[in-house]
Design a protein around this ligand. Structure first.
Ligand code: GLN
Length: 211
């Protein structure tokens, strides 16, 4: 089966791996350019975008990802810091990969203590509301004409895709029990899921007190 890679330099790698494996997908952790060979898609996980961006530059892996996306149609999905890595513009900072026509504002909800959970219906992705975990998240403050908004709430954009093989979410589907976004990404990568693939997996985080 074709595999999906997870950029494994820093950040939420094991959480994405659990979700992809729960769907029965074959997973590859990507640390070197050679790891990109044969992948249909690559997840850029949450973490710290300045750290990830620096490592992508220092290792040259960033340029290889850009090339694999442009030349071989490698599908990309950035979650939180990963979405920041993909953005064409970061408010007040130099962009990293600059592949997706969005402008993001980092840490737009405040500090780590202002992290929160909610849920929303994302009709393109699933028929049921999807749990959303925001951790020191950015906001997508504007999108280009070729970018489709998948989720907009409270005046900001939280999930987008373009027609060139990029998906970006400012929240963390890998930290909830829902597999909806991982399914959706596999579908975008043209990978057929095993018939018995489940809809959810055990939650990674314990439920918040009282909720
Ligand atoms: N605040 C981080 C950044 O700007 C992103 C946090 C996350 O990925 N959860 O890079």
């Amino acid at each position: 089966m074709a595999s999906i890679g997870i950029l494994a330099l820093q950040g939420g790698v094991v959480e994405h791996r659990r979700h992809l494996e729960a769907l029965g997908l074959s997973v590859c952790e990507v640390r070197y350019a050679t790891d990109l060979a044969g992948l249909r898609g690559l997840i850029l996980p949450g973490g710290e975008s300045t750290c990830l961006g620096r490592l992508l530059r220092l290792t040259g892996l960033g340029a290889e990802i850009v090339q694999a996306h442009r030349d071989q149609g490698l599908q990309l999905w950035g979650t939180c810091a990963g979405a920041i890595l993909l953005a064409r513009e970061i408010v007040g900072e130099t962009p990293h990969l600059g592949l997706l026509d969005i402008v993001v504002a980092r840490n737009a909800f405040g500090s780590q203590l202002d992290s929160f959970r909610t849920q929303a219906l994302v009709p393109a992705v699933a028929a049921e509301p999807i749990p959303l975990v925001f951790i020191r998240a950015p906001q997508i403050v504007s999108v280009g004409p070729a970018v489709t908004v998948l989720l907009r709430q409270d005046g900001y954009v939280a999930a987008v895709e373009d027609a060139h093989g990029i998906l970006a979410t400012v929240f963390h589907p890998e930290l909830s029990d829902s597999l909806a976004f991982h399914r959706y990404f596999a579908q975008r990568c043209g990978i057929d899921l095993p018939a018995q693939a489940p809809a959810s997996c055990a939650p990674f985080l314990a439920p918040a007190a009282g909720g």
